[in-house]
Design a binder for this molecule. Structure first.
Ligand code: HEM
Length: 450
């Protein structure tokens, strides 16, 4: 049954009754392509998804619309890029607001997709045939980061220039192809006109194109999987369903409106930052990467770049493979799987919160691997050693959860133990990011922010 009731706004906008009905039918059909006709009533529980997938979708749409408007005035030549942004800020009607909405939506997208990823992980929603969508989701998260990263350079201010210089330097440490890869993306050995043109093309054509295609597939897969995950029903329990229209769609519209209003209001109060024009001869001190890469930049202060890249690669690989090794399907749709899972996640998070700053401080003031291992190549003492130690810490956490009584008399099963290690990694990364943002001053020395 399709809902053909008209909203007041549709009545005002379209005077002809028949045409109004057609518009509603088309709109409803569009909605029904994205959703099944009925959804489990429990799927409407906001506390289950926190609307994070939907909010990310709204942000992607906002980014597309504001990005398109910005393209009318942005000039991707090094001599004009900064001036065109300045003109947007000071001379063009609503230019500053549109830029701010684009800027804050992009930053928020990194946060909402990361939180969506966490929600999916913590409710085990990569199980029961959802492994493909989990991997697709990981690609989407990567694309959200890449679109932010490529957009970062476009204002061509000091912040942009040096953040991209610092981040792309990391690329050259990838064995064999790293240096060539960096030169390929920058169009030469340095950040200059070629880099700006390449990043602009990636930002406005390549990444959005991939995002639209992959996102469409993501939505289709959610539908194909019979909607979002739900806890497995007991034998005598019946799932109660509600019509998608209007129940689910009403909630989605309301959430979308709230997101848009909040972002526009925030953008009116807080314009997007714009520093002094890029100066390749004067590096700011400290030269920091974008905030979402500061956790990795912090790690670089403690181990060789190759070790950091190795850890990122291992973590990425483990995330991709998680659904294939976690076959425990009974606990799908339940936050943290079980009381044992909850305990494991809590211990993992607490460990990450305490251990990470302790190790950072020890490495800052006491540990000196180079001096402690004289004659040993740096690639081993500050590369392999911290790399393998970090992996070992994670393996030990996993083994402890598997072998000790985590909750009452119960030990964690594989799924619950992985959850504990994951909570540890997430919190450790957050702590590293906070240290990078607040506790690093000139020459990246440790400073107190108060
Ligand atoms: C631009 C980024 C993304 C958008 C717009 C998006 C959108 C959505 C939406 C609207 C849903 C329906 C349920 C919900 O709202 O939670 C969903 C479900 C899902 N997403 Fe995403 N997503 C994105 C990124 C990701 C990421 C980073 C992951 C994980 C790596 C992921 C994995 C999944 C999975 C497995 C489901 C099914 C969940 C379930 O059955 O409970 N998505 N996504």
């Amino acid at each position: 049954m399709q809902n053909t009731k008209l909203t007041w706004i549709q009545k005002i906008l379209v005077k002809d009754k028949k045409e109004r009905k057609n518009i509603v039918t088309v709109a409803n059909n569009l909605v029904m392509h994205l959703h099944p006709a009925r959804v489990p009533a429990a799927a409407l529980d906001f506390k289950y998804t926190w609307g994070l997938g939907g909010i990310s979708t709204v942000l992607v749409v906002l980014l597309g619309l504001t990005g398109l408007l910005l393209m009318f005035r942005y000039d991707a030549r090094v001599d004009y890029a900064y001036l065109s942004i300045q003109a947007l800020e000071t001379q063009i009607q609503f230019g500053s607001l549109i830029r701010a909405v684009h800027h804050w939506s992009a930053n928020l997208l990194v946060i909402t997709t990361a939180l969506h990823l966490l929600r999916v992980f913590f409710t085990g929603s990569y199980k029961q045939g959802r492994s493909t969508n989990w991997i697709i989701g990981l690609v989407l998260f990567f694309l959200a980061l890449i679109s932010n990263f490529t957009g970062y350079l476009l204002p061509w201010d000091q912040l942009a220039y040096w953040a991209i210089t610092v981040s792309t330097n990391l690329m050259s440490y990838i064995p064999v192809i790293g240096f060539e890869m960096r030169n390929f993306f920058l169009g030469g050995p340095q950040v200059g006109q070629n880099a700006l043109s390449n990043f602009y093309a990636l930002h406005v054509v390549f990444v959005p194109f991939l995002l639209i295609i992959i996102l469409s597939y993501h939505f289709w897969k959610v539908r194909k999987n019979g909607g979002i995950s739900q806890p497995i029903q007991k034998e005598n329990q019946r799932v109660s369903y509600v019509q998608t229209l209007p129940n689910l769609v009403r909630v989605e519209y309301a959430a979308a409106l709230v997101v848009i209003v909040v972002i526009v209001l925030w953008s009116m109060i807080k314009p997007a930052p714009l520093g002094p024009i890029a100066n390749p001869f004067n590096s700011p001190n400290p030269a920091k990467a974008a905030w979402y890469f500061l956790g990795l930049q912090e790690l670089l202060l403690h181990m060789q770049p190759l070790a950091v890249l190795g850890l990122v690669a291992v973590l990425g690989g483990v995330l991709v493979l998680t659904p294939f090794f976690d076959k425990e399907e009974e606990d799908i749709g339940l936050y943290f799987r079980s009381p044992v899972g909850k305990r494991a996640a809590m211990w993992g998070a607490l460990l990450g919160l305490n251990l990470t700053p302790i190790i950072v401080l020890l490495d800052e003031y006491w540990i000196d691997l180079l001096a402690w291992m004289p004659g040993v190549p740096a690639s081993i003492s500050t590369g392999w050693v911290p790399f393998l130690t970090t992996l070992m810490v994670m393996a030990v956490i996993y083994a402890v959860f598997r072998s000790t009584r985590v909750y009452q008399t119960k030990k964690a099963n594989h799924s619950e133990a992985v959850l504990g290690v994951f909570a540890f990694i997430v919190v450790a990364l957050l702590v590293l990011t906070a240290i990078g943002i607040f506790f690093r001053g000139p020459n990246m020395a440790f400073v107190l922010p108060f």
